[in-house]
Design a protein around this ligand. Sequence first.
Ligand code: PEP
Ligand code: MG
Length: 741
Amino acid sequence: MTAPRRLLARLRDLMAHGAAPLAEVTRLLAGELVSEVCTIYVQRPGDILELAATEGLNVAAVGRTRLRVGEGIVGLCAATAQILNLPDAQNHPAFAYRPETGEEPYASMIAVPVRRAGRTLGVLAAQNRTPRRYSEDEVEVLETVAMLLAEILSATGAADGAEEGVGATVPRVFSGIALAPGIAIGPVVLHGVRPVARRLLAEDPAAERARLHAAAEHMQRGLDQLLADGLPNGAEDTASREVLEAYRLVAADTGWLRRVEEAIAGGLSAEAAVQRVAGELRDRMRRITDPYLRERMADLEDLAGRLLTALEGDMPRQPIAPGSILLARRLGPAELLDWQQRGVVAVAVEEASPAGHAAILARALGLPAIGGARGMLDSAEPGITAVVNADDGQLILRPDAELRQVYERALAARTAQEAGYAALRDRPAATADGTGVTLLLNVGLAMELDQLDRTGAAGIGLFRTEIAMLARGEIADIGEQAAMYARVLDRAAGRPVVFRTLDLGGDKLLPGSEQPVEENPAMGWRSLRVGLDRPALLRRQLRALLLAAGGRELSVMFPMVATVAEFRAARALLLAEAKRVRPAPAGLRIGSMLEVPSLLWQLPAILAEVDFISIGSNDLMQFLFAADRSSPALAGRYDLLSPPVFDALETVLQQANAAGVPVSLCGEQAGRPLDAMTLVGLGLTTLSMPATGLPAVKALLARLDLRSFRPVLAAIRRNADGAASLREPITAWAREQGMID
Ligand code: PEP
Ligand code: MG
């Protein structure tokens, strides 16, 4: 059952006459629910909820009783945007007693958030003397009325004074995590927060049902088309055909459409009914922790959006202001591409992690992006100014003039710097005194190979093959993998590429994978360990790599090698595949990553086996210092520029040089200019790094007089005296030389 037509008809009449007295709404609703109390709280400036109308409580409390967002049951409902259905409200830990309301006799309470376009405008509540849970039917009635109430509040401006409403001027800063670096300032566009349906109620359910069916068919045809066309710009790496196929199946599932039909039968327009069901999905999604199920629910929510678009007809897409900043609760890879093509220059996503699809793509496209900035959508309006400072993981809404200026200056400085980098791009990387350095890129998607030309990198020092698999949610078959890797080699156009075999596990999990639950996944069954225990999986990847090479040069390296025996076993699989694949690669180079400290004590043996070594300083640091690399609490606690790391690197370099084995370093820190300068000072001449770091590294190295730096670095090391980090004296020297500000 949905809200009875009688009630909706009365509310429609009220709305048709312009101002709808909130007291009248509470009276009608209390009658419908057979509840003794029905109240409406409206959100006011300063995160305050004010009692705006009541049936059953003391009317003198209207306009007087105020709760902060987060305070009391009503405040908790507003803060979490969730329904609270409580048989014994007064013993709930959040209950806040307000004597002026006279609510002592009422045991049970239900509070429903009143939301519009992603913002909380107030709370609708009902109370009864007898302890009881409100039934599903009653919850539905309340949800429908809350939706109408949202319209009434925004039409009458009752909640317009809310701090975060249209016209608010207070800046708000949201902290999240950096997904892709950079700074942008621009007007906000909102993804997935659509204008609320204009027409909420309809008199002819049959006509609404017919509109719904036509729209559903239209949407289905659109998805079929999307599948038939494939995705633009080589995005097939990320938003895989399978992902879209699964999405299309969800779309064809009739269960949720039936729920929409039920809402139509209750008197809602097709648009309002879809929004109702989407709202329910959103509520359910909040309670789901299983990542796979969350993805499916997110697909459904997204489909509701598409269905609304279809219901609105094929209206031309509204153009967006150039330089816009996209704010989204969640974002799929195809959607991100679409927005980028429409002119979006930065994104902030409420629910996204660095390994998520949106993050991977944002990095590939060079869009500054932050994730995890919760609550931002509640404060945002389309068109307001926002700053994305992805370097520090911050989103600022409505920056004041001063803040704006700070970021405009930062942007201008960055643009000038980038112009300087562009001039350096085509010059070979070298120190000021002529030592050549090879600067390579760390990438994970074929589309990121555009960065080779943009940065002038000499090649790819680390191609993380697992990234594309993570983006598509499963491991591709041999043919698809071979096509993917061949595309990488094609786009590298002769520049060297080092493919690293799958480094899954730890924090890089495929949905539904058989990964065991482990106390310390970073040190668990991950990476090459999985490959050696599931040799068929690793062999398929190795064959795909050999096929992709198709007679060209091929470099393969294995991650997380802890023993020489592991390297030998992995290499044996590669060589066995190499015997079968024709044409054979012009040259096959097989290397090992050095990221597990145990290898430091097996150097002569491993160096005798490998064609090259690549130091994975992200993991090596984590294991050397026993410091979880993904723990924000430990970020920056241990330094690459420290005596133990220098000693370890020096040992590797000395022994590798003696054995004639090339060494590179491919951790993220290679992309930080001062770190890169120091690594070169220690004797490393091949560094592989994220594209964002390369121009600045190249620029700083071009100013480095290596001959003077080497003895300085040696002296700094000699005088270390137990220091945890040598960053300060190294920075001081670079500053003295005028190399950095
Ligand atoms: C590393 O550990 O330094 C590395 C380059 O590999 P990843 O960051 O992919 O673990
Ligand atoms: Mg690693």
